[in-house]
Design a protein around this ligand. Structure first.
Ligand SMILES: CC(C)(COP(=O)(O)OP(=O)(O)OC[C@H]1O[C@@H](n2cnc3c(N)ncnc32)[C@H](O)[C@@H]1OP(=O)(O)O)[C@@H](O)C(=O)NCCC(=O)NCCS
Length: 114
């Protein structure tokens, strides 16, 4: 059963990708997105040989930001009023991690990778 999706939007020439995800509301708060994000980052760095993975979230979306922190990404700054949503300009927070940083990163949460 599909409960969510996770993706890497790859820019091959720069060996980088943007991480994106959503989980169905019935399944929030059970660590699924964190687990999937850790798995896809491993795939991105080791199999796809990416150098950088980054992600953005609306300032108000604290759960999404928390995932970026839990998977070892670093806060890189704010795209101010980057998106116009429902007639209102919204800030986007930017997080990222380099392969060299990821290789030395240890998850602080228990994850099972298949
Ligand atoms: C964001 C989203 C993917 C999270 O999925 P999830 O499977 O519930 O995430 P996890 O359970 O792995 O982790 C969520 C973390 O956010 C925290 N969190 C949840 N709501 C929060 C809030 N309002 N403020 C701060 N932290 C919050 C949880 O406590 C958890 O952190 P913890 O493990 O340290 O306790 C899900 O809510 C979603 O699909 N939202 C709609 C789509 C979306 O926002 N996509 C991302 C766009 S940038």
């Amino acid at each position: 059963m599909l409960i969510g999706t996770i993706l890497l939007k790859i820019t091959p020439i720069h060996a980088k990708a943007e991480l994106g995800y959503w989980i169905g509301t019935s399944y929030w708060g059970q660590g699924y997105c964190t687990e999937a994000a850790i798995a896809i980052m491993k795939y991105g760095f080791l199999e796809l040989e990416l150098n950088r993975i980054y992600a953005t979230h609306f300032k108000s979306n604290l759960a999404s930001g928390r995932i970026m922190q839990k998977i070892g990404m670093n806060y890189e700054g704010c795209y101010r009023q980057h998106i116009k949503k429902w007639g209102k300009f919204e800030d986007l927070e930017l997080y990222g991690i380099l392969k060299s940083e990821w290789l030395n990163w240890q998850p602080s949460v228990t994850v099972f990778l298949y």
